[in-house]
Design a binder for this molecule. Structure first.
Ligand code: IPD
Length: 262
């Protein structure tokens, strides 16, 4: 497993070179709507990773953001977001994650998230801790009152805007400040590295959080859906992630804002 992990990290770093080499004209197109954008690089990185990862573990299935699932019912499945933070990528904001998770029977076993612009590689294997560029990372022990709260706007579900911003306002009042990074995989890694204390988002797809959720857990954090239930990796999910000192309070704030699962 250690050798496989190293090979996954190598593949993700190589994918980062494709992202960094992007032309000014990124071939931007709309997907489901005006805010849901894709570039030709999302597809190129996914094709590169699918070929490389399946050559490392041919019996695995593949679930990626940019194409139909390829045997995602198998025992082992790679769950991949080739460019998490596509809008940041388009705008030249250097907060972008290449996210590769490896699940076995619905449980995450490995996670790798790479920001090709900052050259930060966040990694975890179940039971072996979490790392950034090979150095161990862990969540902070700060209470929410002394914390930074990250959140996502579930931008492809505008009907959830009022709910998201009501929770974010309450977090703004209950912590030092709020941040909206624009890449869910990195929100999770930032909490894992103690750069912030919590993160929530009302709807995400498995490729947004598969790798990051394991990295956060291996760093000592807690991640559930917004009702406190375990995450699923075979369907969309809400996310409530925090250090151990803040998770309960995060769920209480979410519940007080009247959140019910979409
Ligand atoms: C998006 C980013 C964003 C989050 C969205 C995700 P994408 O991923 O993670 O921060 O708010 O919900 O879909 O579309 O850029 O891969």
């Amino acid at each position: 497993m250690e050798q496989l992990h190293q090979s996954i990290c190598d593949a993700v770093r190589e994918a980062g070179a494709i992202v960094r080499s992007a032309d000014e004209d990124k071939g931007v197109k709309e997907k489901s709507g005006h805010q849901d954008l894709v570039t030709r690089y999302d597809g190129a990185v996914q094709r590169f990773l699918e070929e490389r990862l399946l050559s490392l573990l041919p019996e695995a299935g593949f679930l990626g953001e940019e194409d139909a699932p390829n045997h995602a019912e198998r025992e082992w499945v790679f769950i991949v977001d080739p460019i998490d933070g596509t809008t940041n990528f388009i705008k030249g904001i250097p907060i972008v994650g290449i996210s590769v998770g490896l699940a076995r029977n619905g449980q995450m076993e490995q996670g790798v998230v790479y920001n090709p612009y900052t050259d930060e590689l966040f990694t975890a294997r179940r039971g072996h801790g979490a790392f950034c560029n090979g150095r161990p990372i862990s969540v902070s022990n700060h209470p929410l009152a002394d914390g930074i709260s990250f959140f996502g706007t579930s931008l492809y579900y505008p009907e959830l805007g009022d709910r998201s911003f009501a929770i974010a306002k309450k977090l703004f009042e209950s912590s030092l400040d709020v941040r909206r990074l624009g890449a869910a995989s990195l929100d999770l890694c930032y909490v894992a590295a103690g750069r912030g204390e919590c993160y929530f988002e009302c709807v995400l797809s498995p490729w947004d959080y598969a790798a990051g959720s394991l990295i956060l857990e291996e760093a000592g954090g807690i991640v559930t859906d917004m009702t406190g239930a375990p995450l699923r990796f075979d369907r969309k999910c809400s996310l409530a992630a925090a250090n151990a000192a803040s998770h309960r309070q995060l769920l209480e704030i979410i519940a007080a804002c009247g959140y019910t699962q979409k």
